[in-house]
Design a binder for this molecule. Structure first.
Ligand code: BGC
Length: 752
């Protein structure tokens, strides 16, 4: 537990008991009410706060022209809560701090590709220090939703497709955000979201429902939540979607089983939205004149303790209590959860501890924060191709830096960077210039020529400005710049708002007009390095065939331009590895490396032929780039996989070792990965599952033996009765540089 305040701290219990004994029912319900700050504060909200009808607020740092706007505004409402309410209970201040705060780090999907928990924890800690210096005490992060469908835009906010890696990242983020103690004014409360399986929407459309086997839910989608809770995550947010016909806001069973002791909060308006789901109470009945009444009661009974913007808890639960449809115990439990959270955050001891103005200079946007962001942004880049060792580039000659993202300062920050200042973001052009090489630049293309999409991309503020010139004129200008240069760096991909919330896409390639530009650049015969910015896996079949070097940079944040330039010119070695499978074609999705075999798997060594699962009539079923894949600018050789035993009993620990050598001319990092296969079981099992990884840095010629320990915990899965079991028999242990290139050994694990 990273929160050192025990949940049964007797002093806390006595304090909260004492406080609750003095609270009216209205004040208790007020604690459950989470509202936004962005309405004129002098009017409605301030009166509500004074009346004790608000427990927490979200937002408050958005650059809006009304309402609470910045730390001073937050402080002012905290003053009202503490000095002008009957009981002086301080407010929670929540904010979406998803990938950094004022210093913006790479989007979570990008950061996951570092496979480096130090980067993940540092990014989270930095964000916590910066957000808490602005008065925030609660962040709606980490998002631990497993994502296997790249059409879904929010895949950008998670850590990819794998529950094992996702769990390690969830733990690191919780530690970073909450630090050693929640009461530390530099810590913020984490909120693990979105419970649960929000990352599996049908068709990849955001907010859509999911239907899946209970085993998949338990083995794939739940583990990162369990890991976050075990690491001390003090709150959790529900999901908008229904899973197996049940919206999580009403899912008493899963909330009770997995989120005990964690403050459970609805997503924004998530309780009223169950009306549109067609949900009634547990018997299917609804108050037709007032459906919010029915659903607010149901959510409380299910265990949702705070109502974010649904307004039903504050307005409907008193009636529900009088009618006996919710109990005082349910209201008290929820109120206690909120008050205990505030206690653990130290808000009763000092409600203004996170409003220390001296921290603005000390904690925000410091050189250390920028340096951490630069290192993370570099190490999350994934080199997909480097034909003829085009990278690193020489510093001689002229580099033509081309593309709509080449000199972009807004989109490079990514989709959830509300506090990042574009003026302080380093574009790729800035970064390359800073390397001291000769540069030319042309935009070459708009993000897209689809005007309707541009309207949607700019829905919440302009990030995409259309160049009015005809596409052909822009391409011609870029081609001229390329022809006059020695090498081309084409910075192409998505606008930030093409991923993130409510940003699903059917076509997950580089937009067509940008691809036309790329084709024209390649046709010049100059060597082209494609640097992509993207919030999701992209389909790049043409690019993989025709472009000599491809570097995926995600949305890297404030320092992305410097980080990318560091990699292009060999100041740092690319070392990221994919955390999602990259499809060849969108028709392959959903896609993941752990897919189970079928009764007709086909033989990978042969032409797939008909009547096998391996083929589509019109193409391969294999990803273009597999999970775990990424290149460096050196090469590594693996020795044979060694095990210390081949026959094991239930209490044994298996040690798996492999020797890895840097056989190239440059230093570099390798992510050594271990996968486990259970070839025969009582039910169909995944083809393989990640069960260990280690990132090792090796100088040229240097070797290192990497060892992994496995126990029967690693063999476990959920059976049809949802019991956690492992079954005796053979297990195949594969070790290698990615999920598709493994050397394996077989061991036998016995029960007795
Ligand atoms: C999102 C959450 C977010 C919340 C508050 C919702 O629309 O689904 O992830 O934390 O808004 O901004």
């Amino acid at each position: 537990m990273s929160d050192k305040t025990p949940s049964h701290d007797p002093r806390m219990a006595a304090f909260v008991d004492g406080l609750m004994s003095r609270m009216t029912l209205g004040e208790k319900l007020g604690q459950l009410n989470l509202v936004t700050t962005n309405i004129p504060i002098e009017q409605e909200r301030a009166d509500e706060i004074r009346a004790g009808r608000v427990g927490g607020m979200l937002g408050g740092l958005f650059p809006c022209s009304f309402g609470v706007n910045g730390p001073a505004g937050l402080r002012a409402v905290q003053e009202i809560a503490v000095t002008e309410t009957r009981l002086g209970i301080p407010l929670l201040f929540g904010y979406d701090v998803i990938h950094g705060h004022q210093t913006v780090f790479p989007i979570p999907l990008g950061l996951s590709c570092s496979w480096d928990m130090r980067h993940v924890e540092t990014a989270a800690r930095t964000a916590a220090r910066e957000a808490s210096a602005s008065g925030v005490n609660w962040v709606f992060s980490p998002m631990v939703d497993i994502g296997r469908d790249p059409r879904w835009g929010r895949i950008a906010e998670g850590s990819g497709e794998d529950p094992y890696l996702g769990s390690r990242i969830a733990e690191a983020m919780v530690h970073g955000l909450q630090g050693d103690a929640l009461s530390d004014p530099q810590s913020v409360m984490a909120c693990v979201k979105h419970f649960v399986a929000y990352g599996a929407p049908e068709g990849g459309r955001d907010y859509n429902n999911a239907d899946m086997s209970p085993q998949r839910l338990y083995d794939v989608y739940l583990p990162p939540f369990q890991a976050a809770v075990a690491a001390g995550a003090a709150s959790a947010m529900m999901s908008f979607s229904a899973v197996n016909a049940m919206p999580s806001h009403a899912d008493a069973d899963l909330l009770g089983k997995f989120l005990d002791g964690v403050l459970k909060v609805s997503d924004f308006d998530g309780i009223p939205e169950m009306i549109a789901h067609g949900l009634g109470d547990e018997t299917g009945a609804i108050d037709e004149a007032d459906p919010l009444q029915t659903l607010s009661e149901r959510a409380l009974r299910a265990g949702v303790q705070m109502d974010m913007m649904g307004k039903g808890y504050i307005s409907r639960l008193e009636g529900a209590l009088a009618a006996g449809r919710v109990t005082m115990e349910q209201v008290d439990d929820a109120c206690r959860a909120v008050l205990e959270t505030k206690y653990k955050l130290g808000l009763f001891a000092d409600p203004f501890a996170r409003f220390d103005e001296t921290r603005v200079a000390r904690d925000l946007k410091t050189p250390e924060n920028r340096a951490a962001a630069r290192a993370a942004a570099a190490d999350c880049c994934v080199l997909l191709k480097n034909a003829g060792e085009l990278l690193p580039l020489a510093r001689t000659g002229t580099v033509a830096v081309i593309g709509p993202l080449a000199d972009d300062h807004k989109n490079i920050l990514g989709p959830w960077a509300f506090q990042g200042d574009p003026a302080e973001a380093v574009s790729v052009l800035d970064g390359i210039r800073a390397q001291g090489v000769a540069v030319t630049h042309a935009k070459g293309a708009n993000f897209t020529e689809d005007r309707r999409m541009v309207e949607l991309l700019n829905f919440a503020g302009t990030k995409v400005e259309l160049d009015p010139r005809p596409p052909e004129a822009m391409v011609a200008e870029a081609v001229a710049a390329a022809a006059a240069a020695d090498v081309v760096v084409a910075v192409l991909g998505e606008a930030a708002e093409m991923s993130g919330e409510a940003a699903s896409r059917m076509d997950i390639g580089i937009p067509e007009n940008q691809r036309d530009l790329l084709k024209a650049l390649v046709a010049t015969g100059k060597p082209v390095v494609l640097v992509t910015m993207n919030g999701r896996p992209l389909t790049l079949p043409w690019e993989a065939e025709h472009v000599p070097a491809i570097l995926v940079s995600w949305f890297g944040g404030s320092e992305a331009g410097n980080a990318i330039a560091d990699l292009l010119f060999g100041e740092r070695a690319p070392c990221g590895r994919l955390t999602t499978s990259w499809p060849r074609h969108v028709g392959q999705v959903p896609l993941s490396y752990d897919r189970a075999t079928t009764g007709r798997p086909g033989n990978p060594a042969e032409d797939p032929g008909k009547y096998t699962t391996r083929c589509y009539l019109d193409g391969s079923s294999q990803p273009l780039f597999p999970f775990g894949f990424g290149l460096g600018t050196t090469s590594f050789a693996y020795g044979p996989v060694g095990v210390d035993k081949t026959e094991l009993g239930p209490d044994d620990r298996l040690t798996v070792s492999v020797n890895v050598t840097n056989t190239g001319r440059r230093a570099g990092a390798e992510v050594v990965q271990l996968y486990l296969t259970d070839p025969v079981a009582s039910q169909v099992r995944p083809g393989k599952q990640l069960r260990g990884f280690e990132k090792v840095w090796l100088e040229p010629g240097q070797s290192r033996t990497v060892s992994f320990a496995l126990t029967t915990r690693d063999l476990e899965f959920h059976d049809a009765q949802l019991r956690r079991v492992w079954e005796a028999g053979k297990f195949v242990i594969g070790v290698g540089p990615n999920s598709a290139e493994l050397d394996s050994v077989t061991v036998r694990w016995n029960k007795g």
